[in-house]
Ligand binder design. Structure first.
Ligand code: GDP
Length: 270
């Protein structure tokens, strides 16, 4: 089943290669489908979502200078619009490989997919629960490492286009939600722990640290090689800007920051 899915995933994407696109990823239940549905419907209330195992692609538009709201009807106002795609990927663990494969395809300079950005959505309230940070960080680690590796991949001297990452700290309307600044530091700490534990496999294999082929080892090290603590700022070396911004898809006005800041971030990247 998996290869069939992968094939569908990739062949479906080829129909859309001409439009810039934004990939939405994250653990299940983060609110990815709710976000994409809300942006698409341009309605204040998102429809009840379903457990999606497939990739959901919606076409959206923003005006030329990126200042229009997702609520604006650009057709009615006669504005010249920039069209782009938002790709909602399934969060289920077994389907993540397809999303990572998509990042790898988009990364080669030969590819004409126009992946502009990644929105990594997390449930800010679930992060406060036991194991919440670990669950959110492991998938983010794989995504960041995949994006990092694309900078070194290929023989082309031309650097692949930068792909910024927005960590959308969703469900800010819930009083149990962690604030964005705390989510940022906790994710950084957890990504650092994952980095250490993955590198131990290499170090404990009986080979002295000096004997390890550092070119290979540094390939699998997220961020600044050899650094003690991990910080998102280390990803800039690989042309990857990471922003952590709080918001909420559900909940009335005034219950949280809403989706406006995320929309502006996205509009700015496409
Ligand atoms: P996905 O698995 O990432 O696609 O997550 P869904 O979009 O299916 O959302 C999971 C659940 O979280 C649904 O019950 C949504 O209604 C709920 N949800 C999504 N966004 C928010 C939000 O901003 N605040 C609150 N309180 N619930 C939300």
């Amino acid at each position: 089943l998996f290869p069939i899915f992968l094939h569908m995933f990739l062949s479906r994407s080829t129909a859309y290669i001409t439009l810039p696109s934004v990939l939405v990823a994250g653990p299940p239940g983060a609110g990815k489908t709710a976000l994409v549905t809300r942006l698409e419907r341009r309605a204040p209330k998102p429809a009840t979502t379903y457990t999606s195992q497939t990739t959901n692609i919606v076409e959206l538009a923003v005006n030329e200078d990126g200042s229009s709201s997702y609520n604006d009807d650009l057709d009615a106002s006669g504005a010249v619009a920039k069209k782009f795609l938002v790709i909602d990927t399934p969060g289920h663990g077994k389907l993540r490989a397809a999303t990572l494969a998509r990042l790898t395809t988009a990364s080669s300079t030969a590819s004409d997919t126009k992946l502009r950005a990644v929105v990594y959505m997390v449930d800010s309230a679930a992060l406060a629960e036991d194991g919440g940070i670990a669950a959110a960080a492991s998938y983010l680690y794989d995504i960041l490492l995949t994006l990092q590796k694309r900078m070194g991949a290929g023989n082309s001297s031309k650097a692949p286009p930068a792909i910024p990452v927005l960590v959308a700290a969703n469900k800010a309307d819930l009083f149990t939600a962690l604030p964005a600044a705390l989510i940022k530091t906790q994710l950084e700490a957890e990504l650092g722990r994952i980095r250490t534990s993955r590198s131990k496999g290499l170090l404990s294999s009986g080979v002295g640290a000096d004997d390890v082929d550092s070119a290979n080892e540094s390939d699998d090290w997220l961020g600044e090689y050899g650094s003690k603590a991990f910080h998102f700022a280390q990803m800039r070396e690989f042309d990857i800007d990471v922003d952590v911004v709080a918001g909420n898809v559900v909940g009335g006005d005034g219950s949280g920051p809403g989706v406006d800041k995320w929309w502006k971030w996205i509009a700015d990247k496409v």
